[in-house]
Design a protein around this ligand. Structure first.
Ligand code: DX5
Ligand code: ZN
Length: 218
């Protein structure tokens, strides 16, 4: 399978963002995960489209923008203009989820829905044809470095069976490391977001290789 590792920049040194992005690109990352937080949907606050534009100028990695914001619609077009490849919005935040997904796809990016650990998969039932990926949170959004919620593995399995043979990607975000990577991929995940496990490692290339090796072991 074509497993992707998407390091989350939230765990990088924000004083050296461009170098950090270049570093994980060299280390073998497949994508770069960008956590946009507004201080309302989650307590934490990060960055917006101007910083994403600057990051995009320093890496060739496809960018994966995870919008943890209460009102994502005004951000979609500006983000798409920076060239981000994937944009996900939270089902819990969007009053008109179908419209937000349409906005993402018409802006040229792949559309994803993110759901919190406590949100049921049935929230996705009516929009399966409108999404390119599901971003399943395996921690409560807001911070890096939290412990993986183990019930997420069964949730991925149920999501995979709900998606049937469709090629919708399943992205897992939160507490991913080499100890759970195998179970996540076996359950049906196709992209692993990893903040601490990659940016927190002294040898990031080995960390990415180890994640892939553990995830894909027989
Ligand atoms: C959490 C973010 C994650 C976070 C993951 O709200 O969405 O992307 O950076 O970090 P780790 O891998 O450290 O849990
Ligand atoms: Zn994220």
């Amino acid at each position: 399978m074509n497993l992707k590792i998407s390091p989350s920049l939230l765990s990088a040194d924000f004083g050296r963002i461009a170098e950090e992005a270049a570093d994980v690109e060299k280390a073998g990352a497949d994508m770069l995960h960008l956590d946009l937080m507004d201080g309302h949907f989650v307590p934490n606050l990060t960055f917006g489209p101007p910083v994403v534009r600057a990051i995009a100028q320093h890496t060739r990695l496809p960018l994966d923008a995870h919008l943890m914001v209460e009102d994502p619609n005004p951000l979609i077009e500006p983000l798409a203009k920076t060239g981000v490849a994937w944009i996900s919005v939270h089902a819990e935040a969007c009053r008109h989820l179908h419209r937000s997904l349409d906005l993402i796809r018409s802006s040229g990016a792949a559309a994803g829905v993110a759901i919190n650990p406590a949100s049921p998969l049935c929230m996705l039932e009516e929009i399966l044809d409108n999404i390119d990926f599901v971003l399943l949170m395996s921690v409560n959004p807001g911070y890096g470095g939290q412990s993986f919620i183990t019930s997420s593995i069964d949730k991925i399995r149920r999501l995979r069976s709900m998606l049937g043979k469709s090629c919708t990607e399943i992205v897992v975000d939160g507490g991913v490391d080499h100890t759970n990577a195998h179970a996540l991929v076996k359950a049906g995940a196709t992209t692993l977001v990893a903040g601490t496990a990659v940016f927190g490692a002294t040898d990031r290339q080995s960390a990415i290789e180890e994640l892939k090796r553990c995830a894909l072991k027989a």
